[in-house]
Design a binder for this molecule. Structure first.
Ligand SMILES: Nc1ncnc2c1ncn2[C@@H]1O[C@H](COP(=O)(O)OP(=O)(O)OP(=O)(O)O)[C@@H](O)[C@H]1O
Ligand SMILES: [Mg+2]
Length: 333
């Protein structure tokens, strides 16, 4: 259960083409993460899958059935939004039970499912509280609980953790990973957070202007980005791109080469030299922005222990195996 197939899906709002001829096969039980710049169509794509928007053309199949025109409820999916959208006058228990009550499920089934969700999401101590008396992280877990009790074949999450502080995000991220393991349900998850994408996804789908730029495992995207867009989107700080002519020994046909900040070291000798224009200290490590003249300003990630200073002349060393090569239109070669 939970196989979702998008076939040549397009969506326009009037003259605005938001999703363009997009095809994607999400396997049963897979955890797929959508990433991409603001406005690229992530939420729209999720809403099309959920049935909250209708496609302009193309097909959506869920578990082998054509669901292109089906109402949201009939698709058997649950969506969790960034805004929790809890009912403020209802207790946590009643919020979680809401969909089951609406569906007129028997009382003992409701009780059992709410108890199961509360245990899974560590909400047992809060069942009688109102949402106003909960922290942001607890409210988000209630919103997830409401989705869980419906036993959907797939969960659709739209930036569910973006309102939480860093520590709570980390905790809730682990809970979502555990939920995915326990329920073995398909999950499609939209985020702006690189760490969430890298840690949660079986597969990351990178979108730009309504099209898929690349879909692959986090490791594939990091190690073999298909184009300069993905190369600079996955990884933080982002990959340096420099003219191939600036690097001796760049592969034939390359117009640009990419070097990740973590693949460059400040060394006594190296093929590139420059001057440190600025330093950002992060604690465990630091980013040095090195002005290499015609090669551009390169970001170098160095251990926080080393002590380069702004204005220092430095040499940059890297392994040729770490070089990513791209052609004139930005595709990997
Ligand atoms: N109902 C609508 N009518 C017109 N345009 C819309 C509508 N909904 C979305 N759009 C446009 O579609 C594009 C994609 O929006 P969408 O919300 O899917 O982006 P997103 O990738 O989720 O962005 P963000 O990361 O900021 O949430 C945007 O340019 C947006 O203005
Ligand atoms: Mg969005």
């Amino acid at each position: 259960m939970g196989e979702i197939i998008l076939e040549n899906v397009s969506k326009s709002f009037g003259q605005t083409h938001v999703i363009r001829d997009l095809s994607l096969h999400v396997a049963e039980g897979e955890f797929v993460v959508f990433v991409g710049p603001s406005g690229c169509g992530k939420s729209t794509l999720l809403r099309l899958i959920a049935g909250l928007e209708m496609v302009t053309s193309g097909h959506i199949r869920i578990d082998g059935r054509d669901m292109t025109a089906a109402a949201p409820y009939d698709r058997g999916l649950s969506m969790v939004f960034q805004s929790y959208a809890l009912y403020p006058h209802m207790s946590v228990r009643e919020n979680i039970a809401f969909a089951l009550r609406t569906a007129r499920r028997p009382e003992d089934e409701i009780r059992a499912k709410v108890a199961e969700a509360a245990r899974m999401l560590q909400l047992e101590d809060y069942l009688d509280r109102k949402p106003a008396a909960l922290s942001g992280g607890q409210r988000q877990r209630v919103a997830i609980g409401r989705a869980v009790v419906r036993h959907p074949s797939a969960f659709l999450f739209d930036e569910p953790l973006s309102n939480l502080d860093a520590a709570l995000r980390g905790e809730t991220r682990l809970e979502i990973a555990r939920l995915h393991r326990d329920l073995a349900a398909t999950m499609i998850y939209v985020t702006h957070d690189q760490i969430e994408a890298m840690t949660l996804a079986d597969r990351i789908v990178v979108l730009n202007a309504g099209r898929i730029m690349q879909a692959g495992s986090p490791r594939e995207l990091y190690e073999r980005p298909a184009n300069t867009f993905v190369a600079q989107f996955i990884g933080s700080p982002r990959m340096n791109l420099l003219p191939a002519a600036a690097v001796t020994g760049a592969p034939a046909g390359a117009a640009q080469v990419g070097l990740r900040p973590e693949d460059i070291t400040l060394a006594a000798d190296g093929p590139l030299s420059g001057r440190i224009a600025a330093i950002e200290y992060h604690g465990a490590d630091l980013s040095a922005f090195v002005d290499c003249g015609p090669a551009g300003v390169l970001t170098v990630r160095a251990p926080g222990l080393v002590a380069p200073r702004e204005g220092d002349g430095v040499k940059l060393a890297f392994g040729m195996a770490q070089l990513h090569a791209f052609d004139a239109v930005g595709n990997r070669i």
